[in-house]
Design a binder for this molecule. Structure first.
Ligand code: THU
Length: 131
């Protein structure tokens, strides 16, 4: 299954009773496996988690190590970008050239950006070299 199709499928399982904005994310690890996640909201709003965070958690839990490609799908009027926090989470596990496909439910349009496009000047482990 391609990443957009996988993100569309998992999006249906989103728990989004508060925003009603369902998001699905799917990634391919460098190990070649598919991992998916959806947003999981909470009555205590800040405790909710994003779809991308779920897919990354599934990847790590499965023992895979790095993201080779990722896609995000939501019912949005324009291809939906990862939030700021998720950009940082993605950058933890993906190099600057890794493609991130932004897609939506109502159309086959999509936009491909790189991790560096989404998070230029990312803070990373290298910056803690002096710590
Ligand atoms: N959301 C995601 O799952 N991923 C994003 O990158 C954007 C926002 C979720 C969080 C919340 O459950 C809902 O979308 C509205 O912000």
């Amino acid at each position: 299954m391609d990443l957009i199709a996988a993100a569309r499928a998992v999006r249906k399982n989103a728990h989004a009773p508060y925003s009603r904005f369902r998001v699905g994310a799917a990634l391919r690890s460098i190990e070649g496996n598919l991992h998916t996640g959806c947003n999981v909201e909470n009555a205590a709003y800040p405790e909710g988690t994003c779809a991308e965070a779920g897919a990354i958690a599934a990847m790590v839990a499965a023992g895979d190590t790095r993201i080779a490609a990722l896609a995000v799908v939501a019912d949005s009027p324009a291809p939906v970008p990862p939030c700021g926090g998720c950009r940082q989470k993605i950058a933890e596990f993906a190099g600057p050239d890794v493609p991130v496909t932004l897609a939506m439910t109502a159309s086959d349009d999509s936009v491909v950006m790189t991790v560096a496009d989404l998070l230029p000047g990312a803070f990373g482990a290298d910056h803690m070299g002096g710590a």
